[in-house]
Design a protein around this ligand. Sequence first.
Ligand SMILES: NC(=O)c1ccc[n+]([C@@H]2O[C@H](COP(=O)([O-])OP(=O)(O)OC[C@H]3O[C@@H](n4cnc5c(N)ncnc54)[C@H](O)[C@@H]3O)[C@@H](O)[C@H]2O)c1
Length: 359
Amino acid sequence: MPTHRNILITGGAGFVGSNLAVWLKSRNPEMSVTAADSLRRRGSEVNLPRLREHGIEFLHCDIRNAEDLRLDERKFDLILECSAEPSVLAGFGEAPDYLVNTNLVGTINCLELARRSGADLIFLSSSRVYPIASVNRAATYETATRFALSDDQTLPGMSVAGISERFPLEGSRSLYGATKLCSELLIHEYGAMYGLRYVINRCGVIAGPWQMGKVDQGVFALWMAKHYFGGGLSYIGWGGTGKQVRDLLHVDDLAELIDAQLARFGEVTGETYNVGGGSQCSLSLRETTDLCREITGRSISISAVPDNRPADLKLYITDNARVTAATGWVPRRTPRDVLASIYGWLREEEPLVRHLWLS
Ligand SMILES: NC(=O)c1ccc[n+]([C@@H]2O[C@H](COP(=O)([O-])OP(=O)(O)OC[C@H]3O[C@@H](n4cnc5c(N)ncnc54)[C@H](O)[C@@H]3O)[C@@H](O)[C@H]2O)c1
């Protein structure tokens, strides 16, 4: 029996928000689930019929506006904060207003709603809170297809298993990462000052169906979509070899974690966890290409751009030890599962989504 019955998901028409909404409502029909979104992300509108079919109410809402979150009378008992400008490249070469107003002011507006209504909060933070230069100082070696972590790491919180919550926070991390870390600090203060109950999940790359992948965000969905629909891709940075590595977490694995956290909210409240696919579920771009070719039976041309873009990471792997110890949760899906599920979704929903990659 779920302890939370009336849930608001901000960013509820986005990739993570819509999948969590559908997952929670399908398993708990008695739950009331409301998805609030401004539909800023191209493709989020495609999720609206899907939300409706699953009995999820949609609320057009811009979290930058405190007025849009004057929803006190709705008596939400949980806010799942999934709205964001989620690109690490946001703000580079342009004014950062949108990023800061959504990712930071928007968090404050959500916190205020939680304070007024006594709701609990789950916040989707990011591995991007960890400083870029420090992450790139990981000791690595090179194989034929990827960079890999060696077992002689010197930084605290970094091991062959990946990056843990003990990793140092001093240094610059991109404005995106900074808005997430600032949000985390404010959440802690709302906990201390107003008794807010919360969990912060610092997620690595999340992937799966209904992700409208683009060059600056959602790389695994983008890679599969380009193989499926045709088009070019580039290995950008790190010499153009395509050996940079990320762990990837299937969105259903994330949903299972949220479920486990909700089941023991009293125990996990106030905690911050690193959450990701972990060393068992990671891919380099090159390996992603191989899997996409195998799954789709198609090859596309991939060019090499040797120079790094700003904020590029050579490798990021999540050390899940802490969240696993607290909840028993481990990610179950493999990289092939993740890519195959994206492929299956593209095949099934092609008429609905093809314009996103073909126009
Ligand atoms: N996808 C990942 O790999 C990943 C990794 C780490 C953390 N996260 C975090 O998870 C959350 C969800 O990310 P996602 O991948 O689903 O991104 P997404 O872009 O698919 O979804 C975000 C949603 O927020 C909405 N939105 C943007 N600005 C808004 C505003 N001002 N008011 C209301 N809604 C607004 C967008 O329209 C979109 O539907 C974000 O907080 C992101 O930072 C994602």
